[in-house]
Design a protein around this ligand. Structure first.
Ligand SMILES: [Zn+2]
Length: 285
């Protein structure tokens, strides 16, 4: 992933790298090295924005705050949290407006109400129903002059499809949480998936739909994307805008998916030297 991100940043230093959440649970790293290691890895990738996954709460609010504090210049987004005054509210905002090449890209975050830990970890926080919170946030974004409005979602693919038709004004949804394997031609997934014995019979073997999946909403088609789990592949979206004389808003997207290598992948991506050094530094076992 580090190699791919660096290659893409060389091609376009202004690209936005977006992270749909669930950063640090599910690998040996959080169990054996704590959260400082994933924070260091994330600093290396340096995403421009992330939304909060349900697993971000697993280790409690002070651990999450520490994790977020350890990272530079990243906007953490979720519009459907009632913080009840907890100080973590200073780290998480509903949306952000990014200026890219003269265009305002507005990114709204929403997180799931499901798969949450108990009140010991969540403290006073309550996750609100995402669609009405999303609608409210989109309303408050109306005066921002957004050329493109993106939902960075941790709701899961099926809920993203609902959001695409239920939330007015969304141009694009980038999702996570459900580990949904989407592929441009869902009937011809890459060999990486069909030949990987370790994953055989798991939910990750079959495609959930096309990449992107288009959802019709009031005369427009809203693309919904998600990139499975565990850095199997990454999506690249190029946003095309209408001429300024016609309002300059998003006209459409061009999408590509890139396999990121791995032992059984059909696509080889060389490992990044800097990332390998960071891994060596933190691996104490
Ligand atoms: Zn999740």
């Amino acid at each position: 992933m580090a190699t791919f991100v660096k290659q893409q940043r060389l091609l376009d230093p202004q690209l936005l790298l977006l992270n749909a959440g669930d950063d640090f649970i599910g690998t040996e790293w959080d169990r054996k090295a704590g959260l400082d290691a994933p924070a260091a890895f994330m600093n290396l990738l340096a995403p421009d924005a992330m939304t909060v996954g349900n697993h971000e709460w697993d280790k409690g609010l002070s651990a999450l705050k520490q994790y977020l504090d350890a990272q530079d210049n990243k906007d953490v987004l979720a519009a459907n949290i009632d913080f009840h005054g907890h100080e973590i509210r200073h780290k998480i905002k509903p949306y952000v407006v990014k200026q890219v090449k003269g265009k305002k890209v507005c990114i709204l975050g929403l997180t799931t109400m499901y798969g949450l830990p108990g009140s010991r970890q969540m403290g006073p926080l309550k996750i609100q129903e995402p669609y009405s919170a999303g609608r409210q946030a989109l309303k408050s974004m109306e005066g921002q002059g957004c050329h493109a409005t993106v939902l960075l979602s941790h709701l899961g693919y099926t809920s993203d499809l609902v959001a695409a038709s239920a939330l007015p004004g969304l141009d694009l949804i980038i999702g996570g949480h459900s580990h949904s394997f989407l592929w441009p031609d869902p009937d011809s997934p890459p060999a990486f998936y069909i030949s990987n014995e370790a994953e055989s019979g798991s939910e990750h073997d079959s495609t959930w739909g096309p990449y992107p999946t288009y959802v019709h909403n009031k005369g427009r088609d809203v693309p919904v994307v998600q990139a499975s789990w565990g850095s199997r592949y990454m999506g690249k979206l190029v946003l095309n805008f209408k001429p300024e004389a016609e309002g300059g808003k998003l006209a459409g997207i061009k999408s590509e998916v890139f396999l990121l290598g791995g032992p059984k992948s059909e696509a080889h991506v060389p490992e990044d030297e800097e990332a390998l050094q960071e891994i060596q530094k933190w691996r104490k076992w």
